[in-house]
Ligand binder design. Structure first.
Ligand SMILES: [Zn+2]
Length: 744
């Protein structure tokens, strides 16, 4: 993913590939960026500013050369109090380097401007890589405090770069001569991306326009913050208090216990409190046997930010959409979507709509078929009412159980964490020639971390792979990949090997019992390793282009595609063995899992796509004031023919992905999850056609996709791998929306 190529090494150090939107099936990309507050000010009065100042540098590992094996961060020596001074000095150094580039008396060249910027900020990269990894995986109040302080300083620094006219003048001068410079493909791309970043940041505007841009940015920052605070308040404020035990009918004991606990905390001791937080809401809708209570919960959840109270988000969303369009127009684009999509593999709104419109009718058809099955179920139970949106999850679970009778508990013994990890390593070895040797002598930030030395078949080091598998306090939820060090080549030609981590949240083993994974959890391990392979097998020069530094609608492709191997009998036979008996998982059980997983996909695809299309509708507006957000939403969804039993996964007033981030977040980008799947499904088709471990196919995949990162246009790279463009047909088949063509 690529956000800003200015001081790219600096920015990319704080980006992680995070996964997990709502379900394991649509993993996402997250940016671990520092929290930002408007109040915090730059503070240059403390911290180390001079490396010769022994009082402030003494003993700070960030100011020393790391002579650990593989240059691993010396986690055992890094203390919380080292980060503050390290950031102060790092930002000051990076700023001085940028100033030196801007004020260089020599004529601007690719080397003294573009490359110099790319390689600047080494200390900042060093400290950011460790810090932002740990604030996600192993944080504490002290680190959180530093994060709040450092966030605004980093963003101020980035603004200072992108609005520095002298710097832009030099970049533009190099850009004008780009065709005479004899640049390599990756260098040309680096130059173009740098130039574009400045232009997209407003570098070509006149002073009056620049001021207008700053005003827009400021107002959007405030609106986005208000939006997310409103969603949070609405989510926290709503509760459903139950005091009659009969009203708990159907709920699992764990959920009831949690509700009793919540009641106690909220001053309703002896009662039960349910909330619109996901762990409460989702199982309640799935299991509660009381239709009127399901309806109440559903209404509470889907009306967050839409209650005409102090936390209402309707006007804020409309204003944000308007300002984004205005900003895009100021920068020479028709709509915000045009501005955003220019940087993505989708390129423009037409292409996004073309895909979404291809998938939509089939998804909607299937959702209608699922609705009919559930209506049948209602009638079979001798009841006389029409299925409502609030009943969907309840009846979907019922139909699934009747039809497939899948017992998750019977599946788990075949997927112990250790054997599944071996399955991942087996697949990586067969496909990419990767070998894994566990090391016990390297510094680590927590006892849960395991460290693997990864080598190729000639014994040559590829990189270091860390795993951090278990849930614990101080780790945020979800699963993600990140790097402690990206692969790149230094100015002196030294090839730097990557240090990559996969962080997950699996339950800890209890007693002698190993951690056993559900099928989805096992699949996530393959998924995350797909990202890790992208980072480990990287083979590029410039840090802002290597590894997972690819557009947001492409980055999930390598992870999604790897999930496929887990389902292959040849791979399952290697690792999916009962942890007690060693018996390989029976094929019937696998078939059952797969059949059950296709059920309700019409619903899942439809609610996701409705949200993606709603996002596109908001961000293809032309900047005129919209009076009524709800009317706009309704008109959009009516036009699509969305059935009333399904709401978009996120309605406008709580669509945090697209409205809660000042920099835009997933705005005009919520389609990315399914877009990546086009590549994943089509790429796996290549392996199906040629053999799942076909050497030639794997070699091409590794070369053009995993190793190339963002060094070239991803679409061109994909064509080099596949020999043609990706065909969305295979995505439709993999989602069960159309039948596979038997003749092929
Ligand atoms: Zn992912």
């Amino acid at each position: 993913m690529k956000k800003l190529t200015i001081g790219a090494a600096i920015v990319s150090a704080v980006l992680a590939v995070g996964c997990g939107d709502d379900s394991a099936k649509d993993a996402g990309v997250a940016e671990t960026k520092p929290a930002q507050t408007d109040q915090a000010q730059m503070n240059n009065n403390d911290g180390a500013k001079d490396s010769k100042d022994s009082a402030s540098t003494g003993g700070n590992p960030f100011f020393e050369q790391w002579d650990t094996p593989f240059g691993m961060p010396p986690f055992d020596k890094i203390k919380d109090e080292h980060y503050g001074p390290a950031f102060e000095k790092a930002i000051a150094e990076a700023r001085a380097e940028m100033d030196a580039i801007a004020n260089n008396p020599e004529a601007p060249t690719f080397e003294n401007t573009i490359e110099a910027m790319e390689y600047s900020g080494k200390l900042l990269t060093k400290v950011s890589s460790v810090f932002f990894n740990l604030t996600s995986a192993n944080t504490n109040p002290k680190l959180q405090e530093i994060q709040k302080d450092v966030g605004p300083k980093l963003s101020a620094f980035r603004d200072d770069i992108s609005l520095n006219p002298k710097l832009f003048e030099r970049v533009e001068a190099v850009y004008q001569q780009r065709n005479e410079l004899g640049l390599r493909e990756d260098q040309m791309r680096l130059l173009e991306d740098n130039y574009k970043s400045f232009v997209r940041g407003g570098a070509k505007l006149n002073e009056e326009q620049k001021q207008q841009l700053r005003d827009f940015n400021k107002e959007m920052t405030e609106l986005a913050l208000a939006f997310s605070e409103n969603v949070l308040a609405e989510t926290n404020n709503w509760e459903m208090v139950i005091d009659n035990e009969e009203d708990l009918a159907g709920l699992p004991q764990g959920l009831i216990d949690a509700a009793a606990d919540t009641a106690k905390k909220r001053g309703h001791e002896g009662k039960w409190v349910f909330t619109t937080h996901r762990p409460s809401k989702t199982p309640f809708l799935m299991y509660s046997e009381k239709p009127e209570l399901r309806a109440k919960m559903y209404h509470g959840y889907t009306h967050r930010g839409d209650n005409d109270n102090a936390n209402d988000n309707k006007e804020i969303a409309a204003k944000l959409a308007k300002l984004r369009a205005k900003k895009a127009q100021l920068l020479g684009y028709n709509t915000h979507a045009d501005f955003v999509l220019e940087e993505r593999t989708a390129k423009n709104a037409e292409n996004v709509y073309e895909l979404l419109n291809q998938v939509w009718p089939a998804a909607l058809e299937q959702a209608k078929a699922e609705r009919a099955l559930m209506q049948e179920q209602i009638e079979k139970e001798g009841k006389d009412f029409k299925l409502k949106a609030s009943d969907w999850r309840y009846y979907a679970a019922k139909v699934r159980n009747e039809k497939y009778a899948l017992d998750e508990e019977a599946v788990k013994p075949y997927f112990s964490l250790e054997s599944t990890l071996q399955g991942v390593f087996y697949t990586a070895n067969r496909l990419f020639g990767m070998n894994f040797k566990e090391r016990f002598d390297l510094p680590k930030y927590h006892d849960d971390v395991r460290t693997f030395e990864v080598t190729d078949n000639d014994g040559e080091l590829i990189g270091i792979f860390l795993t951090d598998h278990y849930v614990r306090d101080g780790k945020r939820g979800g699963a993600w990949m990140n790097s402690y060090r990206k692969q790149f080549v230094t100015e002196d030609g030294e090839f730097v090997k990557p240090i990559i981590v996969n962080v997950l949240n699996y339950p800890r083993p209890v007693g002698d019992e190993p951690t056993l994974l559900t099928f989805d959890q096992a699949s996530t391990l393959f998924h995350e390793f797909g990202h890790a392979a992208h980072g480990l097998l990287s083979d590029g020069v410039y840090p802002s282009q290597t590894g997972t530094s690819v557009p947001r609608d492409f980055v999930e492709f390598p992870s999604q595609v790897l999930e496929n191997w887990m389902l292959e009998p040849e791979v399952l036979a290697q690792f999916a063995k009962h942890y007690k008996t060693g018996e390989v998982i029976p094929q019937e059980l696998i078939d059952k899992i797969q059949a059950a997983s296709k059920f309700n996909q019409g619903f899942a695809t439809t609610e996701y796509m409705a949200a993606a299309l709603l996002d596109m509708a908001w961000h293809t507006l032309d900047g005129k004031e919209l009076k009524d957000a709800n009317a706009f939403e309704k008109a959009t969804l009516d036009k699509l023919g969305l059935i009333p039993e399904i709401a978009p996964r996120y309605r406008t007033t709580y669509f945090n992905h697209i409205f809660s981030s000042a920099s835009g977040g997933y705005s005009a980008g919520y389609y990315s999850y399914i877009w990546s799947e086009i590549f994943a499904a089509d790429a796996y088709q290549a392996f199906r056609e040629n053999g799942i471990f076909d050497k030639e196919t794997a070699k091409k995949y590794k070369k053009y996709i995993l190793s190339s990162g963002g060094t070239q246009d991803p679409i061109e790279l994909y064509k080099k791998f596949r020999g043609k463009e990706a065909d969305p047909k295979y995505l439709m088949i993999s989602r069960g929306l159309i039948e596979a063509d038997e003749s092929k």
